[in-house]
Design a protein around this ligand. Structure first.
Ligand code: ADP
Ligand code: MG
Length: 251
């Protein structure tokens, strides 16, 4: 199996606290790898280290075999690291189609020859329509972003990130703030995306994790205490123990 993302002995300290304490993991092509653990376990820190928002003290991160140590946030995106942006970066007074089209146009760049322009523009809108259809948001294609529900905005965010054709998508709690029906839609959407990109999924919603994950890593106090299939993790005594005293649900 091809490792899209390889993390090796990664460490990050905040003063006396080891938020990431020797983490190693791999995410393979076509895989949804879930990262779970109690609050404060270091899940968001790990995501921030991978996408370049934070610099590790030690260890290696490789994307498609290339070391990311010197790569900026922007370069990592160009190398195939996908992430969702904040909902606030959506253009509220434009339509769903226009927002996705803009994300695609940004990828295509502005420096193509004038004769290509018309053709290219047509291709961009066709591609935008395809992406929207993949996410089952066709009926909302001409809706203004301002009129979308919170769940639909989350779906749109994800689509715009997908427009950059990532090799791996990093998702930090995509179900947060969604109602039950919206969560089910998001689960469907993520399942459909697996064919196009590997996913590293940090998520509190265990229904979603168990429905989607091919493999799960459990993080506690900055360390991975268990790694395996949904079945392995459900039955792991160490995982149960780690959560028993914590009075925190298995998340
Ligand atoms: P999780 O996402 O699993 O809830 P975080 O990665 O947000 O956990 O946090 C892990 C630990 O690192 C927590 O104890 C948190 O308080 C600490 N932490 C996170 N970011 C910072 C920061 N920028 N400065 C200092 N401490 C931080
Ligand atoms: Mg977090």
């Amino acid at each position: 199996m091809t490792a899209v993302l390889e993390i090796e002995a990664l460490r990050k300290r905040f003063g006396g606290l080891a938020a990431t304490d020797g983490v190693s993991l791999e995410v393979h092509a076509g895989e949804i790898h879930a990262l779970i653990g109690p609050n404060g376990a270091g899940k968001s820190t790990l995501i921030n280290l991978i996408c370049g928002e934070m610099t590790p003290d030690e260890g290696k991160i490789r994307l498609m075999g290339r070391n990311l140590a010197q790569a900026s946030v922007h370069e990592r995106v160009e190398m195939g690291l996908g992430r969702t942006f904040q909902i606030t970066s959506l253009l509220e007074d434009m339509t769903v189609l226009q927002n996705v089209g803009m994300a695609l146009q940004a990828r295509a760049g502005g420096n193509f020859r004038i004769w290509d322009r018309v053709v290219k523009r047509r291709r961009i809108w066709d591609a935008a329509e395809r992406i929207i259809a993949d996410c089952q948001l066709e009926e909302r294609e001409t809706a203004l972003v301002a009129d979308l529900s919170h769940g639909e905005k989350k779906q749109l965010e994800l689509m715009m990130a997908m427009a950059l054709q990532p090799r791996i998508m990093l998702l930090d709690e995509p179900m947060a703030g969604l109602g039950h029906v919206e969560s089910l839609k998001m689960i469907e959407q993520l399942r459909a995306l697996r064919a196009q990109t590997a996913i590293l999924l940090v998520e509190h919603d265990m229904e979603a994790v168990f429905a989607l994950a091919d493999r799960i890593s459990v993080l506690v106090y900055g360390r991975i205490v268990a790694q395996g299939s949904v079945e392995d993790i459900r039955n792991d005594p160490a995982v149960r123990e780690a959560y028993l005293g914590a009075e925190d649900e298995l998340c």
